[in-house]
Design a protein around this ligand. Structure first.
Ligand code: NAD
Length: 667
């Protein structure tokens, strides 16, 4: 590794392609972006984040992936086996351009020990979640989720704000580095323990952390001052969490919230035990190191439980600290909950999760334009608006400009279409890549994290992420990945990723619509199947399938001018709705309109409701349906509800073509 440690990788920018098309260019740029020194934690070792989460197995494999992507055709698919390219097959245009499997092991062999032995033989690679699936976007990727989690903590326990509250955590790595900013964004004072001073310095440089010290006394004095003046501020304490946490208990420090994001999922290459010369021990005696790590993890976990016993709000932050502590023999390790059952699951029930997108142009203006678009599309979502405002003001871009926000079923497809419109009409300078974390609603089985405490006991059922990957492959994702061990370590999780490119083409658009529906749809399905009432109700109010609806206007007798409406698919309707109002319940997406001279047909993208069951039958020529439409002029934007006559209906297997007519709205 040292021979190539100085190699610096950065993604190309601009509109000049290095490959045969944008669906190939997107993974070509994103794998390089994952290793950009501004993005990756240890790019010289191909490590992106999360302990040893790698983008490729070796530099040789990395180069071979790039070379293959350069010549990959529109109907070919590259297969990547744990970070190494292993084959190209002729598939078809709808197939993903890349299929990835990372760190998969036969269950009985799925232990860190076995994995490390195989890794040492050069046979596998740890891909974490978005490292080996090439959609890591730096610390921002986790920031909104972390921000939302602390917001939920504030809502649940402290009247909606962390104002005047001390939050203690540890780990300022790729993901954990989001904690201090997320805490101060919620008004709190953060004390985050980090053993490696360079990590703390990096977070200060990037604007995620405010200040640092290596003295506990100093850190506590600073924290007390900020709490007294109610100043949101974050302090990095360079020390070992396994020493600091018990000391806080011993001193009786009042801690309001405690959690942890050290790399406890990996007791060898992640967590640093509280022993002298840990680095030497790691090299000379790996088994002794693991034992020392687990002992320290148990000590840290014990301190968290002691704080909890005194009234501190404690939650596990997805790094398997509790699992490793229990392995070390601490019986009360699971006395406090994981963050998913405590705060996130209600979002998962509606297919909500960390949706992200990246400007392949490298131009920040493209992301700022998408920020405006998401605000425009969801004008009533106050938390989203607050997040975008904070992100623009305080979140630095790392590598290719990117944005993350939590969107759910229906919202993702609608926003994907909007992004695609911006690409197609040249309002963005290049295509956008749309993906997500594997920590999502339907894409992960992880009993100590995302699927902890499932209502029906299905925590360890791993069919769901596999179905997610399969359906996203079938639906036209640009690349799809299945991984093992992300977040919580080998043996503890199976998960899947998907990325789709909004390139403004007709084919790309059709794929995008499908995959941004199937992907969150599997999340709703998984939670409905597990018996969550909210997911069941949500699923019942949605379509059983995604369909494409093309609506075109025709001249209405007796009316002067008309507009052409175009457009596409969408969410469905409850078959109990009457035909007359079935397409305009409050949650119905707007039908986006364009005005054209009378008589000219066109197709635009927007979303309308799919009618099934009784209503589909009712949608016949001559029937009247109600539509909510929004007409937008240069200076106004108005919503109108109107009745329109259906003049023609064509129903095919997944396509409902409805011809309607209605007067031109003033623009
Ligand atoms: P990382 O490897 O980039 O950073 C971990 C940090 O912990 C490092 O800076 C390391 O120096 C520090 N550390 C290790 N042992 C320590 C100790 N004893 N005391 C103080 N500091 C110590 O990892 P990351 O990407 O930041 O992820 C952190 C953990 O969170 C991982 O286990 C990861 O799997 C998990 N994770 C959680 C979520 C989530 O949503 N909650 C998402 C992704 C990852």
């Amino acid at each position: 590794m040292s021979a190539v440690a100085s190699r610096v990788v950065r993604s190309p920018r601009g509109t000049q392609l290095s490959t045969l098309g944008w669906p190939q260019e997107a993974p070509f740029r994103m794998i390089q972006n994952n290793l950009d020194p501004d993005v990756a934690e240890r790019p010289g070792d191909l490590i992106v984040y999360g302990g040893t989460g790698r983008a490729a197995r070796s530099w040789q494999a990395f180069d071979a992936i790039l070379a293959t992507l350069k010549r990959l055709k529109d109907d070919e698919t590259l297969l990547v086996q744990s970070g190494k390219p292993v084959g190209v097959f002729r598939t078809h245009e709808w197939a993903p351009r890349v299929l990835i499997s990372n760190a998969m092991l036969v269950p009985k062999w799925a232990t860190w020990e076995e994995f490390r032995a195989l890794e040492a033989m050069g046979l596998t690679m740890y891909g974490q979640m978005t490292a080996g699936s090439w959609i890591y976007i730096g610390t921002q990727g986790i920031l909104q989720g972390t921000y939302e989690t602390f917001a939920a903590v504030a809502r649940t326990h402290f009247d909606g704000t962390l104002d005047g509250r001390l939050v203690v955590s540890a780990g300022l790595g790729g993901m954990g580095g989001a904690q201090p900013l997320a805490i101060t964004m919620n008004g709190g004072v953060a004390l985050v323990v980090e053993i490696d001073p360079t990590r703390a310095e990096r977070r200060i440089e990037q604007g995620f952390l405010d200040e640092m010290t290596d003295s506990l006394d100093d850190a506590l004095a600073r924290a007390e001052g900020y709490l007294g003046s109610r100043t949101p501020r974050s302090i990095g304490l360079v020390a070992n969490a396994a020493a600091v946490l018990p000391e806080l208990v011993r001193r009786g420090v009042r801690v309001d919230v405690v959690t942890d994001q050290t790399s406890a999922h990996d007791p060898l290459d992640g967590y640093v035990p509280d022993v002298r010369h840990a680095g030497v021990l790691r090299i000379n005696d790996p088994a002794g190191y693991i034992e020392a790590s687990r002992a320290s993890i148990a000590k840290q976990c014990e301190a968290i439980v002691a704080l909890k016993d005194r009234g501190t709000v404690a939650f596990d932050y997805g790094n398997n600290l509790r699992g490793e502590a229990r392995t070390a023999g601490f019986a009360r390790a699971f006395d406090y909950p994981g963050f998913v059952p405590a705060y996130i699951r209600p979002l998962f029930e509606r297919g909500k999760g960390p949706f992200r997108w990246v400007a392949l142009s490298g131009d920040p203006k493209d992301i700022l334009a998408t920020d405006r678009a998401v605000l425009d599309l969801f004008p009533d979502d106050r938390p989203l608006a607050r997040w975008i405002e904070l992100a623009e003001a305080r979140v630095p871009f790392q590598g290719l400009p990117a944005r993350v926000c939590w969107l759910g079923y229906g919202e993702r497809a609608a926003f994907g279409a909007r992004i695609d419109d911006l690409v197609r009409t040249g309002k963005l300078s290049a295509p956008i890549v749309i993906g997500r974390d594997h920590l999502d609603s339907g894409s992960v089985a992880s009993p100590n994290r995302e699927t902890e405490g499932m209502r029906d006991g299905s925590d360890a059922i791993a069919d769901w992420p596999i179905l997610n990957a399969l359906v996203n492959t079938a639906a036209g994702a640009t690349w799809v990945s299945v991984h093992h061990g992300g977040g919580v370590g080998i043996g503890n999780s199976i998960h899947a990723g998907m990325v789709a490119v909004a390139d403004g083409t007709e084919l790309g658009r059709r794929k995008l619509e499908r995959v941004l529906t199937t992907d969150p749809g599997t999340g709703v399905m998984r939670h409905a199947d597990a018996g969550y009432p909210d997911a069941i109700a949500f699923a019942r109010s949605r379509p059983s399938r995604s369909v494409r609806v093309i609506v075109s206007t025709e001249m209405c007798p007796g009316s002067g001018s008309y507009s052409k409406v175009h457009t596409m698919r969408s969410g469905g309707t409850n078959s109990r709705n009457s035909p007359r109002n079935a397409c305009s319940p409050p949650s119905a997406p707007m039908l986006r309109m364009r005005h054209f001279p009378p008589g000219r047909a066109s197709i635009v993208s927007t979303t309308v409701r799919y009618f099934r069951g009784p209503h589909q039958r009712a949608t016949s020529a001559g029937s009247v349906i109600a539509l909510n439409t929004r007409s937008r002029g240069a200076s106004n934007s108005r919503v109108m509800r109107s009745s329109v006559s259906v003049t023609r209906v064509i129903v095919r297997s997944d396509l409902l073509v409805v011809a309607i007519c209605f007067p031109l709205f003033p623009s």
